[in-house]
Design a protein around this ligand. Sequence first.
Ligand code: GDP
Ligand code: MG
Length: 306
Amino acid sequence: MEENQEKNLDRHSGIVALAGRPNVGKSTLLNRLLGQKISIVSRKAQTTRQQVLGILTAESWQIVFIDTPGVIEPHDRLQEYMLQASFKAVSGADLVLMMIEASVGDILEDQPLLERLRGVDVPRLLLINKIDLMDKPRLLPLIAQFDKTGLFDSILPVSALTGDGLPELTREIVARLPKSPFLYSEDQIATQPMRFFVAELVRETIYDMLHDELPYASTVVVDEYKERPKNKIFIRTLIFVERESQKKIIIGRKGDQLKRIGQAARKKIEEFTGNGVYLELWVKVRDKWRKDSLFLKQAGFDPQAI
Ligand code: GDP
Ligand code: MG
């Protein structure tokens, strides 16, 4: 007990919100820092619909990352929830990491986010990501441009993909963590329940296989997740689409597309859980699910909970 209290006195721990437009590399950064795939990575924009919490713990410090959804103008209820979640997360954090992409970095496009950040009283770091795609000298004008806003304590060029600049980033974050006992137990990487990751992995698989035919029209809900002693984990997931025609695409001729999706998703889930998995997939048509608040609530997008 006494030893624990002494330990706590030296400890630093805090919440870091990752902000930035879709596709700049937020999920890649989290995965790289945490060394485990916890947040869906995709070439398509806006695949992170729900807040994902990743936790990086060392001897004397702990960083709790919030991966906020991409900042967008809301067009429907789902996007509205995403936007709400995004800014609630930012204002409750100890530090904001704003991320931009070196190759397309243009201050005008980030203006709406910069304006919102100006109103949030939290220290801010700017990450210029994907520097592996760009010559160093071309970064300087970009750095100067963002420096002039006066919004950032520090500006760091990084590559989430190669890991370049990430040790410096960790140092800069740790230097700004408040003195605090750890917010989560030391062995926790992520507090999201396993179900959430399973749904994300199935969704990622569907996007990977069908993104040309099925853009954003599906969502995945884990209906049952049962760990069974001496047996494979039993998982039943429901894939919701908006139209009968989309259901046909997912199922494929004689069910072979769905079979392929199931096989690929099962492999990913087995890798993630470290266990054998029995995976059942059901495809259901739910008209206009993106606009249906009751359905969104049942699927876990609860506006009250954000
Ligand atoms: P998010 O929407 O901000 O979470 O972005 P993702 O992490 O999903 O990344 C979007 C795309 O950018 C993916 O194809 C990543 O592999 C790629 N990406 C992310 N970071 C880097 C980087 O540092 N260098 C390069 N070349 N690609 C990157
Ligand atoms: Mg993401």
